[in-house]
Write a protein that binds this ligand. Structure first.
Ligand SMILES: O=C(O)/C=C/c1cccc(O)c1
Length: 498
C-alpha cells in the first residue's frame, strides 16, 4: 500500500520466509528493527526438505525465544553410520547424547514445515515485523539513502513498493537478490542427481533404526534418515544414464526401496530428483543488498548442515545490521559478514563433498583419511566446527573465532537467557576487569561455577562474546582486553526474548 506521504519505510526487507528468512526476521524483531518479510508462496511448503540441525542452531532458536516451541517438534539424532555394500561399518559418526557446551544436544531431526510454522508464529510477537505472503519481489533499486523494493501481490495482481535501508535475500538457490547483486558463483565441483524419497510409515519398523545410514555401495550409493513421527527418508543416487522423471515414478521408486521397505509398510509422501550442488556466491553484499542461506551457498546434504549454515548467517548478520542501522556503526561492519561466514561455510561444504566421496566409495581411501582406520574396525568420525573467518576476530588472541560455551548460572538460568542477543564479557572478577567502556554485560565466576574453570582451562583472564555467541578473542592481560573492547564500538544491547 502506498499513501500520499510516499512508500512505507522499513529498516530491513527480507525476501523469502523460509527458515533462514524467518529466523533473521525474529532476530531483527528482537533488535527492534522495522522489518518486512516478502514471500512469494501463500503458505509453508508442506513437504519435508531440511531434516537435520545442530546445537548451534538450537542456541539461535533459544536466542529468539523459540527453543521451547521448537523442542516438541524434534527428535535427537544418535548419529550416522557409513556401511559398505556388505553392510560392514566403515565410519561411525555417533553423536553424544549429552548436552554440548552450547547447552543443547549436538544433533536434532525435524520436519521443516513444523519448524517454519514455529518461526512464523514467533513473528507475531514483534509489532514492528510484518510478513506479506504471495508477494513476489521483481525489482530492487538502491541509491545512497536506501532501496526501492517493488513487488507484485500475486493474490490480486497489484503492484506495490516499499523502501528499506537494507534488503536481505533469503530467497534460495534461484535468488533474485543475488542476480541484482550480480554475484558470480565459486564452484566447489560436486553436482550430482539424487532421488529424494520421503515416506510415511503405516506400521512400526523399529528395525530401520534411529541412526542415519550411508550405504556406501558403488553400484548405487544411498542415504537413509529417520525423520520425526512416521517420516522416513531415503536419498538414492541417480545413475548417469537414468532419466530424472523415470526414476521418480512410483514403480521405480518402490523397486529402488525394495531392499528396505515395501508399500505394505509405508506410503510415498514425495519422490523427486534434486541436483545437489556445492557452490558459494562470490559477493554476498553489494551496498544495501545482502544474501543469506541458499542464495549465498549450497552444499551436498551429507553433513546435514545446509540449513544450519543459513541459520548461522542470520545470527552473524542481524546484530551487525542493528549496529549499523540503530547503533551508528559504519556500514563497512557489514563486510565482515561475508569475510567471517564464507570460509566457515566453505569448510563445511568441502567436508560434505569428502563424505560424498566416501559414500560413493570410489574415493574411500581419501575419505577415510579423516581418521586412521584400524584393522576390521570402523573409523570414528568427529566433525569439528570451523572457525569464523577474518573480520572482527583478532586472530592472534586465544579462542578467536570459536563459539563460547553457554553457562548454567547459580540461579539455575542459562547465560544466553540472561544476556540476550548482546555482547558479553566473561571475567574472573568484575572488579579487576570492569571496563570503563561501560555497557557491556559482564559474567564473572561469581555468576556460574563453570566460569572460573573455563577461564583457567584456556589460560585467559577474560573473553569477549558477541551476540552471535562467537568469541572475537580472549585476553590474558589488560592490554589484550583493551584491544578486544575496541572492536565492539558500539556494543549492542538486546534483551533476552526468553
Ligand atoms: O546427521 C543426521 O542425522 C542426518 C544428516 C543427513 C540428512 C539428510 C541427508 C543426509 O545425507 C544426511
Amino acid at each position: 500500500m502506498q499513501d500520499k506521504s510516499g512508500p512505507e519505510e522499513f529498516d530491513v526487507v527480507i525476501v523469502g520466509r523460509g527458515p533462514v528468512g524467518a529466523t533473521l526476521a525474529n532476530l531483527l524483531g528482537l533488535c527492534g528493527l522495522r522489518t518486512l518479510v516478502l514471500e512469494r508462496e501463500a503458505r509453508t511448503y508442506h513437504l519435508p526438505r531440511a531434516v537435520h540441525f545442530d546445537d548451534e542452531c538450537m542456541r539461535v532458536f533459544q536466542t529468539i525465544g523459540l527453543a521451547d516451541a521448537v523442542l516438541p517438534h524434534v527428535i535427537l539424532s544418535p548419529g550416522m553410520l557409513f556401511l559398505d555394500a556388505d553392510g560392514k561399518m566403515l565410519l561411525d559418526w555417533s553423536r553424544p547424547q549429552t548436552l554440548t557446551p552450547m547447552g543443547w544436544n549436538l544433533s536434532y531431526r525435524f520436519h521443516q514445515p513444523d519448524l517454519e510454522d514455529v518461526l512464523i508464529a514467533g513473528l507475531a510477537r514483534w509489532p514492528h515485523v510484518s510478513l506479506r505472503s504471495r508477494c513476489d519481489v521483481f525489482a530492487l533499486d538502491q541509491d545512497e539513502n536506501g532501496v526501492r523494493v517493488r513487488y507484485e501481490d500475486l493474490s490480486n495482481g497489484q503492484l506495490s513498493e516499499v523502501r528499506a535501508s537494507y534488503v536481505i535475500g533469503c530467497d534460495g538457490a534461484r535468488s533474485l537478490v543475488r542476480r541484482v547483486i550480480g554475484s558470480g558463483m565459486d564452484d566447489l565441483g560436486f553436482h550430482e542427481r539424487w532421488l529424494v524419497i520421503d515416506v510415511l510409515l503405516k506400521r512400526e519398523r523399529d528395525d530401520l533404526g534411529d541412526y542415519s545410514l550411508q550405504h556406501c555401495d558403488p553400484r548405487r550409493p544411498a542415504t537413509y534418515v529417520r525423520g520425526t513421527g512416521s517420516r522416513r527418508r531415503w536419498e538414492i543416487t541417480v545413475l548417469p544414464d537414468e532419466d530424472s522423471n523415470d526414476v521418480a515414478q512410483p514403480t521405480k521408486v518402490w523397486e529402488l526401496l525394495s531392499r528396505w521397505i515395501t508399500p505394505d509398510d509405508a506410503e510415498l509422501e514425495r519422490a523427486a530428483v534434486y541436483t545437489f550442488h556445492s557452490i558459494i556466491a562470490q559477493q554476498w553484499r553489494n551496498g544495501r543488498l545482502l544474501l543469506a542461506g541458499d542464495s549465498a551457498h549450497q552444499t551436498p546434504p551429507f553433513l546435514g548442515q545446509g540449513m544450519c549454515a543459513g541459520i548461522r548467517d542470520a545470527a552473524n548478520l542481524a546484530w551487525k545490521l542493528a549496529s549499523v542501522i540503530r547503533g551508528g556503526a559504519d556500514a563497512s561492519l557489514l563486510d565482515t559478514y561475508q569475510s567471517e561466514r564464507q570460509p566457515h561455510v566453505r569448510e563445511f561444504i568441502e567436508l560434505a563433498i569428502r563424505l560424498g566421496g566416501v559414500i560413493n566409495t570410489k574415493a574411500i581411501e581419501a575419505g577415510l583419511a579423516a581418521g586412521q582406520p584400524r584393522e576390521n574396525a570402523p573409523v570414528k568420525l568427529e566433525v569439528k566446527k570451523p572457525l569464523l573467518g577474518p573480520g572482527l576476530v583478532l586472530g592472534d588472541l586465544p579462542l578467536a573465532g570459536h563459539l563460547a560455551p553457554q553457562f548454567t548460572l547459580k540461579d539455575g538460568s542459562r547465560s544466553d537467557d540472561r544476556i540476550g542477543y548482546s555482547h558479553l564479557l566473561i571475567v574472573e572478577s568484575a572488579t579487576r576487569f570492569a571496563h570503563p567502556r561501560a555497557g557491556i554485560n559482564i559474567l564473572t565466576s561469581d555468576d556460574a561455577e563453570g566460569i572460573g574453570p573455563w577461564l583457567r582451562e584456556h589460560g585467559i583472564a577474560a573473553a569477549l562474546v558477541r551476540p552471535d555467541r562467537y568469541i572475537p578473542g580472549a585476553a590474558r592481560n589488560d592490554a589484550e582486553l583493551d584491544r578486544l573492547i575496541a572492536t565492539i564500538a558500539p556494543p549492542i544491547h538486546v534483551p533476552s526474548a526468553a
